[in-house]
Design a protein around this ligand. Structure first.
Ligand code: NAD
Ligand code: IPM
Ligand code: MN
Length: 352
């Protein structure tokens, strides 16, 4: 098991430290750990947010555990030098097009949801977010028009093969769950979304056992807080998936709880090569204070063990230990508690 650890910026090193502690406690056999610089840290040390040696390391690894990137000191750099380019560059260079972002209610946390407990209790959904296309990767610039006004633009597009492969990922995920897939788009306004919808419908003929529905993204944002229990798997584009997953996180209590897996087509000996990261960012407002909730990163480690290494039993152990710690009242400030980053990590380990 070759694992690249990329901690990144802000709270990245703090939350990664706890995931490392959990890894050590599991005593994983035949594990080679590599560590690389990425994000603002990569820029400050090597002049680039995704230094070539880090990219090589990520390519050589079976799986990557990623903390977070983003540094206010770097917000005015040219775009290609900004920390965020590291994660975008990894997703694209490694062909990680399918981003799985599960949001499930932990028992006992219903009262901490931003929703009413009886509404929050029902949440058990998976967002399958396309990760290699959309407005994220189109031509973009700020240009000056002939009349002297500045104009910003970002080209939004999806090619049919890109939609087809993420559709398959969505249908397959639904087959492994409650067999309901909701495709979220904005086909009433965007041609990109019209093609998306057409292709999802084409692909659906291969999955007669999955019930397919379509929803406009504005309605989906509303339904996610009105009745999130109606969703099983949501498949959507890069931008909509980014936004809806942050929203889903507060429905289950905190962004500090949501893990993710980013998968492509490359296989490892035991599963699929992937990058695993919390859905949150580098949280500069709390960095260096020992306040960050490491659970999303620890749960991302569980996803790594399951998807890249076929170690389902270890993944289950980690997830059960996180649930148990929460039940015991081990909660960070994000959940209204007072447990610090390392105390949360210790509590998870004690419950393994
Ligand atoms: P953020 O997710 O970093 O933080 C949003 C809010 O949530 C903050 O108040 C933060 O303190 C809180 N928060 C986030 N994670 C937490 C945790 N584990 N425990 C407790 N509280 C937590 O989003 P932002 O503030 O919009 O962005 C900050 C930086 O992170 C930006 O540079 C952004 O580009 C970057 N970012 C990176 C990633 C990534 O690396 N994949 C993801 C999102 C944002
Ligand atoms: C995420 C982040 C990234 C995204 C940024 C940092 C590029 O918000 O992983 O959700 O938009 O995909
Ligand atoms: Mn995001």
């Amino acid at each position: 098991m070759k694992i690249a650890i990329l901690a990144g910026d802000g709270i990245g090193p703090e939350i990664m430290g706890e995931a490392r502690k959990v890894m050590d406690a599991l005593n994983l056999p035949d594990c080679t750990i590599m560590e690389g610089d990425v994000g603002g840290a990569g820029y400050k040390k090597h002049g680039h947010p995704l230094p070539p040696e880090t990219l090589e390391m990520a390519k050589a690894a079976d799986a990557i555990l990623f903390g977070a990137v983003g540094d206010p000191d770097c917000d005015n750099l040219e775009r290609h030098l900004r920390p965020e380019q590291a994660i975008l560059g990894l997703r694209s260079a490694l062909g990680l097009f399918a981003n799985l972002r599960p949001a499930t209610m932990f028992p006992g946390l219903e009262d901490l949801s931003a929703l009413r407990p009886e509404v929050a209790r029902e949440i058990d959904l998976l967002i399958v977010r396309e990760l290699n296309g959309d407005v994220y990767f189109g031509e973009k610039a700020i240009r000056t028009l002939e009349d002297g006004r500045r104009q910003g633009y970002d080209f939004m597009s999806y090619a049919e093969d890109e939609v087809r492969r993420i559709s398959h990922a969505g249908f397959k995920a639904a087959q492994g769950r409650r067999k309901k897939l909701c495709s979220v788009d904005k086909a009433n306004v965007l041609e990109t979304s019209q093609l998306w919808r057409d292709v999802v419908i084409e692909v659906s003929s291969e999955y007669p056992d999955v019930e397919l529905s379509h929803m406009y993204v504005d309605n989906a944002a509303m339904q996610l807080v009105r009745n999130p229990g109606q969703f099983d798997v949501i498949v959507t584009g890069n931008l909509f998936g980014d936004i809806l997953s942050d929203q889903a996180s507060m429905c289950v209590g905190s962004i500090g709880l949501l893990a993710s897996a980013s998968l492509g087509e490359d296989q490892t000996e035991f599963g699929t090569k992937g990058l695993y990261e919390p859905i949150h960012g580098s949280a500069p407002d709390i960095a260096g204070q020992g306040k960050a909730n490491p659970m999303a990163t620890i749960l991302s480690l569980a996803m790594m063990l399951r998807h890249s290494f076929g170690r389902d039993a270890d993944a289950d152990r980690i997830e059960a230990a996180v649930a148990k710690a929460l039940e015991q009242g081990v909660k960070g400030a994000d959940l209204g508690g007072s447990s610090g980053t390392s105390a949360i990590g210790d509590a998870v380990i004690a419950n393994l």
